[in-house]
Design a protein around this ligand. Sequence first.
Ligand SMILES: Nc1ncnc2c1ncn2[C@@H]1O[C@H](COP(=O)(O)OP(=O)(O)O)[C@@H](O)[C@H]1O
Ligand SMILES: [Mg+2]
Length: 76
Amino acid sequence: MMDNKYLVEVQNLQQYFPVAGGKLFEKKVVKAVDNVSFGIKRGETLGLVGESGCGKTTTGRTLLRLYEPTSRKDLF
Ligand SMILES: Nc1ncnc2c1ncn2[C@@H]1O[C@H](COP(=O)(O)OP(=O)(O)O)[C@@H](O)[C@H]1O
Ligand SMILES: [Mg+2]
């Protein structure tokens, strides 16, 4: 048994996607996830609830490293 407090801990996760349409020399991004933090302990289940487009899927995919996060501070 690990004595870490959390099995998964995420601090200030950000996932910004570059999108077309920025002005010259300006990078336009969609802030799909912006500073999300949570921890999951052994035996716990975390539910992510929110309106369509609020970043639930992107949070999960980034956790699985299907995307490289723009920024994160996490401990596994
Ligand atoms: N690959 C992508 N490129 C650009 N924008 C994206 C991409 N994936 C998701 N988004 C945008 O990020 C936001 C969050 O999307 P998503 O994580 O799918 O939300 P949810 O799962 O909560 O409905 C939305 O505005 C969506 O349009
Ligand atoms: Mg979704």
